[in-house]
Design a protein around this ligand. Structure first.
Ligand code: AMP
Length: 290
């Protein structure tokens, strides 16, 4: 059974009790409502480390109005079910603080700023989101002092931001990106999928299908014509497109030339479907050299 800690002091004492200095410690940060995507992160962390810590914290700083919004209030919370799954997956410690334990003064005064990397794409529609993410991840890194931290490629911009934070602020941690887990119909697994009706879910498939079309064009050496695919998504029933962009995977700067890929790129999409905002992405590979 995974051991549940609720405060920073409990977490620290449990890690030092179980983890002699030479043991490797993994951290998997999550917001709970766990699904197959999270399970992939925890399983990989379990294989590669001695001690696996999973945090479950719905971080208000990364939501609109610092959490004073519907998305935060409606975010699914199911701690008992999550702890049962984490125990099955072999996690050692669950860190599930309440907001008061993480932010005793209501919110921190000093934040991590993510700059241009955090202002684009998701950050353009959700101002301050990545500053909130980076700030809580910095706190979790300090509390847990992991050797490795596992993040899903599902949140590709988050991976880019955390990589950059680790490099710029000299965190001594290896960031391990884990591939996206999709349902059989192609939809990327997400805690927010719980809030989709079956009709919403059918509509949502247009997002992954748009990415698959781009992947097929890229590998066939065809022009990507993302504008054409965006236009289709804008007329797709039930989908309100926010953005579809093709970017450099590390810098997230838009691709200058979509006629043919010379190196790998990343296609990212975000849209409102029914009550939730969904994001997805796919790596685009250039044609294999013949
Ligand atoms: P969240 O609970 O949504 O904050 O996600 C916690 C971690 O799980 C993040 O690193 C996500 O990128 C990752 N994750 C969420 N969904 C998936 C998925 N479908 N495949 C892989 N990783 C995922």
């Amino acid at each position: 059974m995974a051991f549940i800690t609720r405060t920073a002091a409990q977490l620290r004492s449990e890690i030092s009790r179980r983890g002699p200095a030479d043991n490797s410690v993994a951290l998997v940060p999550t917001m709970g409502a766990l699904h197959e995507g999270h399970a992939a992160l925890v399983s990989q962390a379990r294989e590669e480390n001695d001690l696996v810590v999973v945090s479950i914290f719905v971080n208000p700083l990364q939501f609109e109005n610092l959490g004073d919004c519907e998305d935060y209030r409606n975010y699914p919370r199911q701690l008992d079910q999550d702890v049962a799954l984490l125990s099955e997956l072999g996690a050692d410690i669950v860190f599930a603080p309440d907001t008061e334990a993480m932010y005793p003064d209501g919110q921190p005064m000093v934040w991590v700023r993510t700059g241009r990397l955090g202002d684009r794409l998701e950050g353009a529609s959700r101002p301050g989101h990545f500053d909130g993410v980076a700030t809580v991840v910095a706190k979790l890194f300090h509390l847990c002092r992991p050797d490795r931290a596992y993040f899903g490629q599902k949140d590709a911009q988050q991976v880019a931001v955390i990589n950059r934070m680790v490099a710029d602020l000299d965190f001594d941690v290896e960031v391990v990106p884990v591939p996206i887990i999709r349902a059989a119909d192609g939809l990327a697994e997400s805690s927010r999928n719980q809030r989709l009706s079956s009709t919403d879910r059918q509509h949502a498939l247009a997002l992954s299908q748009a990415l698959f079309t781009l992947r097929d064009r890229a590998v066939a050496g065809q022009p990507l014509r993302s504008g054409e695919i965006s236009a289709q998504l804008r007329t797709t029933a039930g989908v309100t497109l926010d953005h579809l962009e093709i970017v450099d995977p590390a810098t997230l700067e838009p691709l200058a030339d979509e006629t043919a890929l010379g190196r790998p790129a990343l296609a990212l999409v975000a849209a409102q479907v029914g009550p939730v905002r969904l994001i997805d992405n796919l790596r685009l590979e250039p044609p294999a050299a013949s």
